[in-house]
Design a protein around this ligand. Sequence first.
Ligand SMILES: O=P(O)(O)OC[C@H]1O[C@H](OP(=O)(O)O)[C@H](O)[C@@H]1O
Length: 318
Amino acid sequence: MLVSTVEQIRQMEIRGAGRIARAAAGALADHATVVQSTELNDFVGEMEQAANLLVATRPTAVSLPNAVHLVMAGVQTARTLEEARSGIIASASQFITSSEQAVQRIASIGARHIRDGDVVMTHCNSEAALACILEAHRQGKEIEVYATEVRPRNQGLVTIRTLNDAGIRTSYIVDSAVRSFINEVDLVLVGADAISVNGAVVNKIGTAQMALAAHEARVNLVVAAETYKFAPLTILGNLIEIEERPAEEVLTASIASTLPHVRVRNPAFDVTPADYVDLIITEEGAIPPEMAYIIIRDHLGWSIEQFDRPAHGADQKE
Ligand SMILES: O=P(O)(O)OC[C@H]1O[C@H](OP(=O)(O)O)[C@H](O)[C@@H]1O
């Protein structure tokens, strides 16, 4: 299970920041039950190796290290192997349940920000953002969605399938058509893979240009994100790593081999500065991006005081 989960996350068969986090928690719980060690130290070592393997699969979605951190939290202080094992299993199950509840809570808070008659534009396939749209629809609001294609992995297909199944009128557009349609839109609603202490939002590549278009057209941009999408280490000025994926996702190897002077760049995410974000819907409530530090301090338990060196340049640069 550990090896297959690692591979599925790497290959994006399991994808979406929340789903990745829950899959990692589940894989750790499963690994804790199968590890053969008879000594506490060996067990802890094996589990830490598994944790590192999971965290290394995809570098951007901070939900992954946050989930692993929460699941592994008690392991260092466990007095016996059994205590360490049961602690991991319990924390993993607690994380999975609270993550699912967080999405439901975000749906009900987010739906309040979608009005009857609204046209909503979304990008990529975010469970949290879609939950808000589905909940607004369930409440009987007449809404319409513009969903992008999301090159190169086409996650937009998953989004339009979900919207179609719910009976929501949807326009499917190529990524480059965002600005052409932004004036027909009342609200942009997207998810997040990571949110920095200064409120910058890291999400699927193309989000930042959608945000720019929304800003220019004076359309509000709302982000739906669980509190474990906030990145504690950005307090120290650490930047969130933007994953660059294989060239073959963009250009087939057979075409690429005929173009020796062409290099493909394939970043999976981009950074939307806080200035372009109107609201972040978390399970704890809707907050302005400027309140990101409060979430990191009060809900993830990391505060600036715990570090012995001062924070420096905490801006997430683009
Ligand atoms: O957690 P939820 O809201 O489902 O998704 C959050 C974000 O995770 C996805 O990343 P990818 O498709 O795994 O690269 C998208 O960028 C999406 O907006």
